[in-house]
Every structure is written in structure tokens, then in C-alpha cells.
Design a protein. Sequence first.
Length: 286
Amino acid sequence: MVTCRALSLFVVALVFATNHARSADELFFDSNGVKIHYTDEGQGEPVLLIHGFTADITINWTIPGTRKALAQDYRVIAIDNRGHGLSDKPHYADKYGLEMVEDAVRLLDHLKIEKAHVVGYSMGGIITLKLVATHPERLRTVTLGGAGWMREADLAGDTFADALEKNGDLSQFINGLVAPGKPKLSDQQMKLITTMIASLNDMQALAAVARGWKKLVVTEQELESIRVPTLAQVGANDFVKPKVDDLQGRVPGLKTIVIADADHLGAFSSPLFIENLKAFLDQHRG
């Protein structure tokens, strides 16, 4: 079940993002006609952070302390994915999919960075996996948080998008955060999370994002061709864990860390997530 702690942290993050302006880090660049927001802090080897669906830089990386912790030793760049945060939010599916992968490449180009460590969580991990499959020369390391090998059936978001476009129904997405076999969220929890997500997002844009997911499928052959050092971190109770397990034996040299007692909402906010990430990055400096 989604733990009370994880749920509480998620709601607190949403409230924080709603009530606090992001004036200090408003950096933007043009990515094929779409304005993309990013942050850039610290010094050292560059680390690019890519957040998950319905989240943004603040929720995924600022509140848990990931940006601050990494910026002590690295140049930390975080991107608001198109359709999210302070970035533009097109309503057309062809503006997403592979365009979200190319946003990361264009941001590195914009900052004149040849190679970066790339860290993605949830949808950000799916984007990161497609990024290393299509542009391996741009990555020093790969970290997949709460993300594994998603087949085409897993990434078919049209049904979900239909519900979003019709009445802003997020229940399929929210219930998907619950580990298999565990009780679903209560109506009160569902209403609270839905209200907060809706207050921070453009539902039509989210629907378009979901329709583009199928373009992010990675083949088994592409997985087997990855030669970039790769870390996967996942909560023991995360519904995505079987997809992470599927990476074993397919991605050469993959290191997997399972965070005990954590689910999809709790893993990225765990101090262990940051500790494991820093150790992995330190191991692969230079």
C-alpha cells in the first residue's frame, strides 16, 4: 500500500509547489519551438535530473534534497519536462514522445555540455532509458529511479489520455502507484491527490504526454547494446519493481539497489536514494 509517510510527503510537496514561487531559478531555452525551464547550480561534472509524470523539478528533486546534496560536488541541472512545471504545455501528442528525449539533448547542447550523468525518476527514467538507447555518446552514467523495461503494452497511454481529456480522471494513474495486491487508496486520499495534481497541471497537456509514451519503448536489442554504467534504484514495494527485475541480464553491468519498505512515492524521497546515487556517481567520475 502507499504508505502514510510517502503519501504525506507527496501531498506536502504538491502544496509547497503550489504556494511557493520559483523565481530564483527561472532559466529557459528554446527546444524546437517549445520553451523549456531548467535550473543550473553547483560545479563539477554535470548531472542532469529528469522528473516523473505530473511532477516537476521542485517536487521530484528540490523538496527531497537531491539537488542540494548533489550540488556540493557536481554541476546539477534539472529540467521541467515539456507539459510540466514552468515549461510550455502543448496539447498535441506529436510534441511529446521522442521530443522529450531530444529536450535533454538540446539542453546539453544549449549549455555546451558534451557528456553528463543522467538521472531519471519514473517517467523520467523511461525518458532516460530511451536517451541512452538513442544518444549513448552523451551520457557518462545512467540512473533509473522507479523505472524499468516498459514494453509497448505498458506504455500505451491512449485509454488513460481519453479519461484525462474527458473529465480529468487521474484514478488509473494514481491507483497505479499502489503495489500489486495492496488495498487501493481511499476515496478521500484519491480526491486529495487528484485535486492537488489538477491544480498544478494542464490536464490536456498531460493527456498529450500520455499519448506520446508509446514512442519511448526500448527494444531488448537496444537494452543489450547499452555500455554506459547503469544504476537502477527501486522501492521494494514499488509496482514498477518487476519491470526493474526485467532489466537484469539484459543491460550489461547493471547495478540494482532495492530500497526496503519504500513504494513508488517513497523511494525518491528516501535519504538512501540520494546516498546510493552519490556513491554511484563518485565511483564513475572522470
